[in-house]
Design a protein around this ligand. Sequence first.
Ligand code: COA
Length: 335
Amino acid sequence: MQIVETGPDDERFAAWCEVWAATQLADHPDEAPRPASDHVALGRRLTTPGGAVQGTHRAGIAGGTVVGALRLLLPVRDNTAVAYLDVAVHPAHRRRGVGTALLAEGVRLARAAGRSSLVAEVDEPGAGVAGSAFARHHGWACDLRETRRDLLLPVDEERLSVLESEAVAASAGYEVLTWRDRTPDALLEDRALLSRRMSTDTPNGDVPVGEEDWDAARVREQETVALDRGRTVLSAGALHDGRLVAFTDLHVPLAQPERADQSGTLVLPEHRGHRLGARVKIAVLRELAADVPQVRRISTYNSDTNRPMVAVNEALGFRRAGGLSTWSTRLRPGT
Ligand SMILES: CC(C)(COP(=O)(O)OP(=O)(O)OC[C@H]1O[C@@H](n2cnc3c(N)ncnc32)[C@H](O)[C@@H]1OP(=O)(O)O)[C@@H](O)C(=O)NCCC(=O)NCCS
């Protein structure tokens, strides 16, 4: 097998994307895989200088066919000792060493970029998935286990109203507002702080990733990336004395709106205990029902140690639907 560089504007990239689509379909036969356009937009962002995260792509080719895909993401504003690795092998070409060869290439590239830790996520729709066995085989450590929970829409209105009244009663003095795709200018600095806190306050197990460096420009960069990837982002926030103290984001892929992904939700520590998490999530659910009623399911991932967030999600009706594990390895110099 040969490993070659590829990228969003390369003729091989469609086949590279197809490896991901086939992998996702094998794991989730009833869900539409991410469209190639999403990988292309992300790839362009990663390969354009100036962004908070840079990246590179490789294709594993056997007999003229792309059989494996590697993407390496390199944070440049923070966590500069870490590289994130995405690797997939087409289901028809597994257990022949393709994944191992791509992993070795990822290690080489990460070292060349001066990184000392590699981090990868494994989607676990059920027990005993290949990715975990593969990571264990290569001596990686499992640093975090998260449970996926799905909410089927529409949510029962009675359940939502009861939760909403309780949350409103518990959060007097807070105002809730919603926006779509673009954070209001006046809230941008506060929103950046909330992203910074997301990177430290969310239970992250032993994943060797530290605080992220967010400012207003990075929030705008993230918004642009989401739009470029064909997503619309519905957000809600809670204001206290004019400052944004809580937020939640929901990403809807517009080409396949049946399934949306819950992105971050955070309440600043000094404002916890007022049901603001539930309030902002309910506000977004109401926006979603009004603006993008095609969404039938929302997926969210939480560490089981994140009891407050899991409690909010279960009260809303989210139910277990698989898992996600995060693995890492340290790269010792010269090995
Ligand atoms: C994980 C993945 C990349 C492995 O690709 P691959 O080309 O089949 O991997 P390799 O042939 O190099 O396997 C190396 C070793 O990993 C272990 N392994 C890989 N797949 C396994 C499976 N399904 N069950 C048990 N062990 C497995 C074995 O020890 C294997 O060695 P062996 O075949 O000699 O027993 C592939 O299954 C895949 O694309 N999965 C979905 C995406 C994913 O989870 N990526 C992993 C991110 S870390």
